[in-house]
Write a protein that binds this ligand. Structure first.
Ligand code: CJB
Length: 828
């Protein structure tokens, strides 16, 4: 029997440790075996890409070994597990991250060099896994790395989009979108699990039935689609643990539509069945505006339903009493996108497991924790009731049930305050009656998390004030963090060795607070010299990339001033461009001797605009128009270069961040929930030029305001301060805007609306109000840059002060204060 076979195998093998050897000779043999048997090329004739494939498969074998052992161990220990549900994971490349976390990078490099290949060249062959849009999605990826490293018993769940985030192509300065068919060349990092599949139901109708006087609901679906699991092992660093990220792909259901087969319409029947696959085809490229699209809702439910079935199946393998469920299962929902999971668990418990409402409700309320990443109410997801009722009729009923009970309870607590009752209701009345997914998530979760302290204040005082007043104990924040494994160790090996050398240990890679030890050496000229050398090497790498991707040659003596992130009005790339225009105008108006005093700059901007976001697309075009003018002006030369790096993504970030001197995070105060790009720059010793928004406020506390360039006034913890009347607009601002308006950079008509949006009363994001302060901060950066000792000292202190912003710290906080999970370490 299966059980006997398993017991025998356990006795024979114990844990699989030691099956695969990691010395260079064994690795070499392994790679060659994969060349022959997996890639099916001759070992005498294979190219870089084929070598990359074989190498990846060899790494994958090692990942699988650990991953099996980890799951075997979890199974034995049966700890409370966390299920991290996110519709987006921006993983980027896997090879380098995996070999670093497995601790066998050098061994592979040696094995490859003996075969005549260079590790770095092969690593460059890999494309990005871009199953996400921006900050929220990369945060999930960083958190998975920390969860694995800290040995937490976790499963990640998401969707396996066939098309990830679009590729950005720039033609004549305009953004064009091309599909990202990332699976075209195979994906060695996933394991297809055809035997792990679940049916997901849509549409149909609900009937009430009764048996022995007990009423119950039966949902007869109108469509069924299969969800097939693809598993992606995520290795921890310095541990044997490797956790699983399970992504679902849609496949046609095995249940045939007999009718159409019988009527002889065989071809059409097959074609229609195949349409099921479209559910997991493509990632929605706009993370913030929910457009009430049916396909998007289908994606959400598809992923949620498959995950919940998988999770409940795993629970029931070992437990038969649902009272134990919240002690064994913690759900984390990443924004409201997976919040249908709440309703789905309720539905399964009530309709399928036959629990009564009270019991099911108690279980759900103890199991779910919710994180919101948003600061404005317009960004919150609302699903039209008509759409929900047609696609998920039973779920809509349950939502109404939750709301009815909640409203009754609330009336008892707050009385007849109808406007407050209306605001807190899950159902929004209006022209389009909708379900407010945030209200649903708050009501049903035990913890509501913000992503920075300032964000938490906004949640309490504005966004969710009504709920905070009702349940203050539910609200918490865990300031975001990023993983130092990817953002220093993988992407900046030079800095990584330098840090380890000066700290005398590599322990900071797991305990990043140790970086604070650099503080005492910040003024040491020897470290400073080595620090600058490392930066220069990274700048050379970046300069090469800029030249190949944009054709612009840049000088290494210039300050590399970078703003890379999604293009959004509130992130104010436009403020940056207007600042560049001001700088250009100043240079043009100087005499030759004054020009000699100018600090040379390379202004680097990168980021994608959502395909339907017209203003953001105009900002990209303006950046190119300004670049065209500036870069071709002989008066300017190397004093100023402007480059737009196309197709910004995780692997481009890994190149850009280590190579920059200054980075900009200049969102209008009160608009960035946290921001995580700033943390990556900080770790890499790039100085920040930033507004006191989101987590920057906490960064300033860690490094001291004197070690960065602050735009706007010093911290105003009072979020209301955003509403103060704007200071007058400066003459410089009027001048630069009129240059754009008058066609100095061409495309006069096209930029008209951008200029209109900067008029006094329309300047919603306060560019005019902040312009003077922005220019002052920039001028200050210039002054410091020429003082190499001071700049380097600030740079070292930035890295030294970045410890708090590791996702390891964030995850520890979640584990303790939200999820109630403990590490479960697989023995080595
Ligand atoms: N964020 O990336 C997204 N997408 C959204 O739809 C909403 C928020 C970002 O999430 C990051 C991770 O929490 C934050 O750092 C960032 O401020 C926020 O804009």
């Amino acid at each position: 029997s299966l059980g006997e076979r398993r017991a025998k195998a356990e006795k024979m093998f114990g844990l699989m440790d030691g099956f695969l050897k990691n010395d260079p000779m064994s690795l070499q043999k392994d790679i060659l075996d994969h060349v022959e048997y997996t890639v099916a090329r001759s070992r005498f004739n294979f190219d870089d890409f084929e070598a990359f494939q074989a190498l990846s498969h060899s790494v994958r074998d090692r990942l699988i070994e650990r991953w099996h052992d980890t799951h075997q161990h979890f199974k034995k220990q049966d700890p409370k597990r966390l299920y991290f549900l996110s519709l987006e994971f921006l993983m980027g490349r896997s090879l380098s991250n995996s070999v670093i976390n497995l601790g066998i990078r050098d061994e592979y490099a040696e094995a490859l060099s003996q075969l005549g290949f260079e590790y770095e060249v092969l690593a460059e062959q890999e494309g990005d896994a871009a199953l996400g849009n921006g900050g929220l999605a990369r945060l999930s990826a960083c958190q998975m790395d920390s969860l694995a490293t800290l040995d937490y018993p976790v499963w990640g769940y998401g969707l396996r989009y066939q098309y990830g985030l679009f590729r950005q192509v720039i033609v004549d300065g305009y953004q064009h979108e091309q599909p990202d068919y990332w699976l075209n060349f195979g994906n060695p990092w996933e394991i297809e699990r055809i035997q792990v599949s679940y049916s997901v139901k849509f549409y149909g109708m609900v009937e009430e039935k009764a048996s022995n006087g007990v009423k119950y609901k039966v949902w007869t679906p109108g469509e069924t689609v299969e969800a097939v699991a693809y598993d992606n092992p995520i290795p921890g660093y310095g541990t044997r643990n490797a956790i699983n990220l399970r992504l679902w792909a849609a496949k046609p259901s095995g249940q045939y539509d007999l009718e159409s087969y019988n009527t002889g319409d065989y071809i059409n029947a097959i074609v229609n069945r195949q349409k099921a696959e479209t559910i997991s085809y493509v990632l929605y490229p706009d993370d913030r505006s929910y457009q009430g699209k049916e396909l998007r809702l289908k994606q959400q439910y598809f992923f949620v339903s498959a995950s919940v079935q998988d999770i409940i199946r795993r629970f029931k393998d070992v437990h038969d009493n649902f009272d134990e469920f919240p002690d064994k299962v913690a759900f984390q929902i990443n924004d409201t996108h997976p919040s249908l999971a709440i309703v789905e668990v309720l539905r399964v418990l009530i309709d399928e497991e036959c629990l009564d409402w009270g019991k099911a409700w108690e279980i759900v309320c103890r199991a779910f924790s919710f994180t919101t990443h948003t600061v404005n109410t317009e960004g919150l997801e609302k699903i039209p009731v008509d759409l929900l009722g047609s696609l998920l009729p039973r779920h809509l009923q349950i939502m109404y049930d939750i709301n009815h009970r909640f409203m009754e309870d609330l009336k008892r607590k707050i009385g007849q305050d109808y406007s407050r009752l209306e605001r807190m209701s899950i159902v929004e009345e209006g022209i389009v009656k909708s379900i407010r997914m945030a209200n649903l998530s708050i009501i049903c979760s035990h913890t509501v998390n913000g992503v920075s302290r300032v964000h938490f204040e906004l949640l309490k005082t504005r966004l969710f004030k009504d709920f905070y007043d009702l349940w203050p104990q539910k609200f918490q924040y865990k300031t975001n963090g990023v993983t130092q494994r990817r953002w220093i160790v993988v992407s900046n090996p030079g800095l990584c060795s330098l840090i380890s050398k000066w700290l005398g240990t590599e322990a900071w890679i797991r305990n990043v607070d140790l970086l604070a030890g650099l503080r005492e050496h910040a003024s040491n000229p020897v470290l400073q010299q080595e620090w600058r050398m490392t930066k220069t090497i990274n700048k050379m790498r970046l300069a090469d990339y800029i030249e190949t991707s944009t054709g612009v040659k840049v000088s290494l003596d210039a300050m590399f001033d970078v703003q890379v992130k999604r293009i959004h009005e509130y992130k104010r790339q436009l403020l940056n461009i207007l600042g560049i225009i001001y700088r250009y105008d100043c240079i043009k108006n100087m005499n030759k001797s004054d020009r000699k005093k100018v600090v040379p700059r390379v202004c680097i901007i990168g980021g994608k605009a959502a395909p339907g976001y017209e203003v953001a697309k105009k900002i990209i075009k303006l950046c190119h128009a300004v670049a065209d003018k500036v870069n071709n002006d002989d008066d300017v030369g190397d004093l100023l270069k402007v480059v737009f790096i196309p197709d910004y993504n995780v692997s481009v970030a890994e190149l850009v961040i280590p190579g920059s001197d200054l980075s900009q995070h200049i969102s209008t105060v009160g608009h960035e929930a946290s921001g995580t790009g700033s943390m990556k720059f900080l770790m890499n010793g790039c100085l920040l030029l930033a507004t006191a928004d989101g987590s920057t406020v906490e960064i300033i506390e860690e490094i001291g305001v004197e070690n960065m360039f602050l735009v706007g006034t010093k911290l105003h913890e009072d979020p209301q301060s955003g509403d103060k009347p704007a200071p007058g607009v400066s003459i410089q601002f009027i001048r630069v805007v009129s240059m754009v308006r008058n066609g100095y950079f061409g495309f006069k008509e096209y930029f008209n609306s951008l200029c209109d949006s900067l008029e006094d009363d329309k300047d919603f994001y306060k560019l005019g109000a902040d312009f003077s302060s922005y220019l002052e901060a920039q001028a200050m950066a210039d002054r410091v840059f020429v003082n190499k000792e001071k700049w380097t000292c600030m740079s070292i202190l930035s890295t030294a002060g970045s410890g708090k912003f590791s996702s390891d710290r964030t995850i520890e906080e979640y584990a303790k204060h939200a999820w109630g999970i403990e590490p479960c370490k697989c023995p080595f």
